[in-house]
Design a protein around this ligand. Structure first.
Ligand code: GTP
Ligand code: MG
Length: 313
């Protein structure tokens, strides 16, 4: 997998330059209608030209660097996992209304060997509800979506199966989608779900246009950086990963907050793992939203944190 920040910077310089040009065009049009001249400063135009040039140079350099360093594209992998079983790590945070049904749903899937629910300092009866589903329940005291996901994967890994599935316990995802992921894992180290396929969303799911396009935008930025991968979502918790691949990256994960899912994708790609994204179904969550789903301010902060990761890490 080729990691190129040059291209990410390059395209963003071009995008900003394009906005400057658009502003100038709008200004000129407005003033010509009013019979005057646009006072758009020559400094702004010069900045746009410099940004454009810089962007073009970075994009061109991105073509030259691999020629010099002898880069070759990662080729198709085929590693069947016919009888492998799946250990599921499920996150939970004040999810007493959903966790039992979610745990039962995943535990009941054909290839699932076990489910571990991680209760992240819930103050309701999440643990008791999860235990009613007959699954293992552990508590994670470090607060945060990322901390909970990491613990869920470590717990699932400890079950010793070949495959680890990470998922949220809020009933947004469906256990039956696991077989779609299993179909693709033979060509990948990690299969990511994407929630941005509208045909698979219920109309009342969390994927409103803002969340959808925000995710697509960030995912495309990540795609630009790593080239040979197609991404459309940076916030989908539902993913399936081979245990050796997870062992390789788990100690490099450090984000305890809401931008964790993007970090995991970035780290996987940096480690040259083969990552494939597939559409999964998305339903309205059961119980109250605590994450970014129903909160524009939180979603914006999370998007900014993701952008920083993609640009600088
Ligand atoms: N927000 C949040 N989620 C946590 C935390 N710890 C664990 N989680 C888990 O992460 C999930 C994400 O929060 P959700 O409320 O589902 O937010 P979301 O997925 O962004 O959006 P909706 O599903 O539409 O509500 C929770 O359901 C928990 O399973 C935490 O400290 N904060
Ligand atoms: Mg959720």
């Amino acid at each position: 997998m080729r990691d190129s920040k040059l291209l990410v910077y390059g395209y963003q310089f071009l995008a900003v330059a394009f906005l400057f040009y658009l502003a100038q065009l709008a200004c000129a049009l407005l003033f010509s209608r009013a019979g005057g001249a646009c006072a758009y400063s020559s400094g702004a135009l010069l900045s746009a030209n410099v940004l454009f040039l810089l962007g073009a140079v970075l994009i061109a350099a991105d073509r030259v660097v691999p020629m010099l360093s002898g880069y070759s594209r990662k080729s198709l992998i085929y590693k069947p996992v016919p009888d492998s079983r799946v250990a599921v790590g499920m996150t939970a945070y004040n999810d007493e209304l959903s966790i039992e049904a979610a745990a039962r749903d995943f535990a009941g899937q054909e290839r699932v060997a076990g489910v571990v629910v991680v209760d992240n300092n819930s103050v309701d009866r999440t643990s008791e509800a999860a235990a009613r589903a007959g699954v293992k329940v552990v508590k994670e005291t470090v607060q945060g979506y990322g901390a909970c996901c990491m613990r869920a994967m470590r717990e699932a890994m400890a079950l010793g199966e070949d495959l680890v599935c990470l998922v949220e316990g809020d009933c947004t995802f469906s256990g039956s989608d696991l077989k779609k992921m299993l179909a693709y894992i033979e060509n990948a180290d990690m299969v990511l779900g994407t929630r941005t396929t509208m045909e698979l969303n219920t109309p009342d799911s969390q994927l409103n246009p803002l969340i959808r396009w925000g995710n697509v935008l960030m995912a495309k930025l990540l795609q630009v950086r790593f080239h040979s991968v197609r991404l459309t979502d940076v916030g989908c918790t539902f993913r399936l990963i081979r245990r050796p691949a997870l062992e390789k990256i788990i100690d490099q994960l450090e984000v305890t907050g809401n931008h964790f899912s993007c970090e995991m994708m970035l780290v996987a790609l940096k480690n040259n793992l083969m990552v494939i994204e597939i559409p999964v179904t998305l339903k309205k969550r059961v119980g109250d939203s605590k994450g970014v789903g129903g909160n524009i301010a939180k979603a914006s902060v999370t998007a900014f944190e993701m952008w920083k990761l993609i640009m600088f890490r």
